[in-house]
Design a protein around this ligand. Sequence first.
Ligand SMILES: [Zn+2]
Length: 115
Amino acid sequence: MAAMPMPHLPTQNALSDRVCPWCGSGDTRLIQRGYTGPTDEVDQYFTCDRCGKVTYELIAKTSREMRLGRFRAGGVYRDSAHQTRYLVSRILKVGLNEYLVYLKPMPAAEAAVAT
Ligand SMILES: [Zn+2]
């Protein structure tokens, strides 16, 4: 087969097309890593206008934080500030002292963990 054409992406608008994993709302706003903003973000995440939760897609950690947090692929990352949990899907070293931790939200974990 010939090379596949670029996948057709849904129309990008000002709002992100991400769906909040915690409440299912599409009213989300993406904050991309590397964009110059008021806080000079190093993490990438989106916020939900309905429930107000923050969903991280990737977070930047120093090697010290990596050691302290015991991050590993397949592990669970707890965001205690927002009471949410993530599965660590991938860890990428991007500099001498910086790692990117890719996260997948675990919305069902809250219920599943309660025994
Ligand atoms: Zn939400």
